[in-house]
Design a protein around this ligand. Structure first.
Ligand SMILES: Cc1cc2nc3c(=O)[nH]c(=O)nc-3n(C[C@H](O)[C@H](O)[C@H](O)COP(=O)(O)O)c2cc1C
Length: 360
């Protein structure tokens, strides 16, 4: 155990004392393994996955997206019950959005044959903010080491409150402009997400076509104009990939898809089977499932619903019963199968072993 004195002697500029809380803001450069296991909402992230990754010397991330604040608090407690190591919590920042009613209705009608085939109704295409305020209260109260945000950037006040409570804020950015704005608002670190990434693009403007600059180029451009620690993710699958982002200015790599087949992940069986099936050879960018661009394994649904309009979370709610039924029916051609471009490297195994193997 370091004494408080030694902690002060070793303090780097990025270390800020947690006034009144007796802890120090995490410096990502101090991770034994410079890796963040990406938060993966919708099932794959479990407290077991997060604690296994953090215990192995990297940082696990709980995914608060789609969950009620109470459930997130229970996940946080479950991680803390097994490890004192650093971990983060990830929140969605969902901007108000009114989907075009005609486009929404046309899309709903195009899904009816799918619903009929699975014998389910479609969901209510409503907007909601994913319980944002309650989750902000929660992270301010329970103070995980890191609070990360995707789909948008919190207001400066929220970022300031996090800093005051000794929580490292991290904002996902997909362009140089988003990076500049996030830092100007007070983000203490950035997560640069490249177009190779699995799952949703974090692009703030729902209607914008996401930036296609490859991760390594985007990282270099963002790192050149900001003065906060930068993490980089998208298509990273092994220690050489991790080393490649560190060499371009990142303090750590963010890895998602590679963890999907881990024993501790809650990835559903249809998703796991597709990741192991060479017939699902390609990934594609689609908004057919949620009305927000996301990368997943190409299947019949992504091929037949290229016309999906923008509308998050309206389309997410509309297709949710369909996707649940598809998983129950074992149908990988309707279920969503989020995965990044390096999905072919995903292997079953222990999260701790994968984490150690990612160390450059
Ligand atoms: C199944 C899945 C779910 C994801 N869910 C989230 C999420 O809840 N929040 C978030 O910020 N990013 C999410 N992402 C994106 C990751 O944060 C990250 O950008 C991505 O996994 C990195 O690319 P890779 O999958 O190629 O490693 C998700 C990715 C996947 C594959």
């Amino acid at each position: 155990m370091q004494t408080p004195h030694l902690a002060i002697i070793h303090t780097r500029p990025a270390f800020i004392p947690r006034h009144g809380y007796g802890r120090w803001v995490l410096d990502l450069r101090d991770l034994a393994v410079p890796v963040l296991a990406a938060p993966m909402a919708g099932g794959p992230t479990t407290p077991e996955l997060v604690s296994a990754v953090s215990e192995a010397g990297a940082a696990g991330f709980l995914a608060a997206g789609y969950k009620a604040a109470d459930a997130v608090a229970a996940d946080l407690a479950a991680v803390r019950a097994v490890t004192a190591a650093a971990f983060g919590v990830n929140l969605f920042v969902v901007a108000p959005y009114e989907a075009d009613p005609a486009a929404l209705e046309a899309y709903r009608r195009s899904l009816l044959p799918e619903a009929l085939r699975l014998d389910v109704g479609l969901g209510d295409p409503r907007w909601d903010d994913d319980d944002y305020d309650a989750k902000i209260e929660l992270v301010l109260d329970l103070r995980p080491d890191v609070a990360s945000f995707t789909f948008g950037c919190p207001q400066p006040e929220v970022l300031r409150h996090l800093r005051e409570r000794g929580v490292l804020s991290m904002v996902t950015v997909t362009s140089v402009t988003e990076g500049r704005v996030a830092v100007a608002r007070g983000a203490a670190s950035l997560c640069v997400q490249g177009p190779e990434a699995g799952g949703h693009r974090g692009t703030w403007d729902l209607e914008e076509t996401p930036d296609t600059t490859p991760l390594l180029d985007l990282l270099r451009s963002v790192a050149a104009v900001v003065d906060v620690p930068v993490v980089a993710g998208g298509g990273l699958a092994d220690a050489a990939d991790v080393a490649s982002v560190l060499a371009r200015g990142a303090v750590a790599a963010q890895v998602g898809t590679a963890y999907l087949a881990c024993d501790e992940a809650g990835t559903n069986p249809v998703h796991r089977a597709a990741l192991a099936d060479p017939a699902f050879a390609e990934t594609t960018l689609t908004r057919a499932y949620t009305g927000r661009w996301a990368r997943g394994l190409a299947n019949r649904f992504t091929a037949e619903h290229r016309d999906a309009p923008a509308g998050y979370p309206q389309l997410h709610h509309l297709t949710a019963p369909l996707r649940r039924a598809a998983v129950l029916a074992g149908d990988g051609h309707i279920a969503h199968l989020w995965a990044g471009v390096a999905h072919a490297h995903t292997r079953p195994g222990r999260a701790a072993d994968l984490t150690r193997a990612l160390a450059p």
